[in-house]
Design a protein around this ligand. Structure first.
Ligand code: AMP
Ligand code: MG
Length: 449
């Protein structure tokens, strides 16, 4: 379970593992939608997500487990530290022996042992004895406290002295347990230390290493085949001849897949012919992906042969979402594999991915859906068309600390630089014809402020 704060209402809402902090069409009252025949984004998402199943676990070497999603609870089968040890360089003592020790009246003890880190003390510490001990070294049986070297009349440079002194004068009393890290101080046997579903950060990796986990069960990363089609597209290393543009969507989508925990598989661009589109989809399926994402060819253009191929390979519905930029979205299954057909326009593809595909990918990969959100005041009037709209905005801090949003200029769904310039996507709910200067809206942040 995750606790998130609804940035619209400011209220805490507890939701399931997959949260949707957007609040989107919940903002628009029923019947407010102006364009007819468009599907509500939240409803569509709910339907899609209901059919997405988290992937099974796989074991990976610990060194490769960073940023993966833990598939099983980790319960400590050993205590950390596994043995009582010294937290200082100094002398292990019996606290009772040095109860009266002070600067003026040092207690003299016989140094009977020398315990370095990594050593296993063999003898027992008897009354009147001290053991020279290094940080992290095990406390010998019989000792119950450590006196730091600074509180003795002995000096050594970081333990580099070969031989311990025969005697040590203790200048300060200590209590039992002082400067001792007891068994299990950090982690106890049987303790639940990391939960299934947690993302493994360096600190979790450290705990797993300490527990001796050589491999870790993690949710398999979704493998996502990425297709693009269009006679106008050339690969990035090909010359731009008249009428051509480079296939950028493949790269953007691969990046979006990666940052959302998936593994992208880019399929070379398809021409707008039945044979070539068919060949590309077959190639995608041959990779046995967990998801297939294509861009372009889902609108009703003259050369959209994608539809035909989709019908051959599975069952795909073409939806018109109440979303801008976006709108056309194909969703279904190709030989059982979830398929998303995104619009070709670069910004539409990115926004539709963010709003829809990302959620499915996160659910499949077992990742919590948390996006950085803020709230901003509009610095200009912007026209809306009734669809749920994501405006690309730059944000600045006003004198009172609140965020002020300016659009990045053109909101053309082909303007890729507008996504580069944008600090976030300002979300105007469905049903609005205009967003006015001074109004507050949620912003899906695209970079840290
Ligand atoms: P379509 O969905 O095929 O009608 O394409 C809509 C627009 O997106 C057109 O201007 C295409 O040139 C452009 N487009 C389609 N696919 C890509 C792509 N892979 N990379 C960049 N632009 C694309
Ligand atoms: Mg096209």
């Amino acid at each position: 379970m995750l606790l998130i704060v609804d940035i619209l209402s400011g209220q805490s809402i507890i939701t399931g593992q997959f949260t949707r902090p957007f609040g989107e069409s919940s903002v628009a009252a029923q019947g407010e939608t102006i364009l007819t025949g468009l599907l509500d984004v939240d409803d569509t998402l709910r339907r899609i997500l209901a059919g997405i199943i988290p992937l099974p676990a796989e074991d990976v070497p610990l060194a490769e487990a960073l940023d993966r999603v833990l598939a099983e609870d980790v319960v400590a089968e050993l205590a950390l530290p596994p043995f009582a040890n010294s937290s200082m360089d100094g002398f292990a003592v019996r606290a009772a022996d040095v109860a009266g020790a002070s600067q003026e009246n040092p207690v003299q003890l016989t140094v009977s042992m020398d315990i370095s880190a990594g050593a296993a003390p063999e003898g027992h510490l008897h009354p009147g004895e001290a053991a020279r001990i290094m940080t992290g070294a095990p406390l010998p049986p019989g000792a119950d406290a450590v006196v730091p070297v600074e509180a003795t009349d002995v000096r050594w440079d970081a333990g580099h002295e070969d031989q311990p002194p025969a005697r040590v004068g203790i200048l300060r009393a200590v209590n039992p347990g002082d400067y001792v890290r007891p068994v299990g101080e950090d982690i106890q046997v049987g303790q639940l230390v990391i939960r299934a579903g947690d993302i493994l950060r360096p600190q979790e990796i450290g705990v797993l290493a300490s527990l001796g986990r050589v491999t870790v069960p993690v949710i398999r990363r979704p493998r996502v085949a990425i297709l693009s089609s269009g006679d106008e597209l050339v690969e990035i290393d090909e010359p731009l001849t008249p009428g051509k543009i480079r296939n950028s969507n493949s790269y953007v989508l691969a990046g979006l897949v990666t940052i959302n925990g998936g593994v992208p598989i880019r399929i070379p661009t398809a021409r707008d012919t039945l044979d070539d589109v068919r060949r590309c989809f077959r190639e995608a399926l041959a990779h046995h992906p967990d998801m297939i994402v294509s861009s372009a060819g889902v609108s009703v253009g003259a050369h959209d042969v994608v539809r035909t191929v989709l019908d051959e390979l599975g069952e795909v519905k073409l939806w018109r979402l109440n979303l801008r930029p976006g709108k056309p979205l194909a969703y279904g299954r190709l030989q059982g594999i979830p398929f998303f057909g995104l619009p070709g326009n670069p910004v539409s593809a990115q926004v539709t991915f963010d709003v829809v595909v990302r959620r499915a990918l996160l659910k499949m990969g077992g990742r919590p859906d948390i996006v950085p959100m803020a709230e901003a005041v509009l610095a200009e009037d912007i026209p809306a068309d009734g669809r749920l709209t994501y405006f690309r905005v730059k944000l600045e801090r006003g004198p009172d600390g609140q965020l002020i949003a300016h659009t990045t200029g053109t909101q053309s769904s082909g303007a890729m630089l507008s996504m580069v310039l944008a600090d976030g996507l300002l979300i105007v709910p469905a049903g609005r014809r205009e967003a006015r200067t001074g109004e507050r809206f949620p912003v899906r942040l695209l970079r840290e402020l």
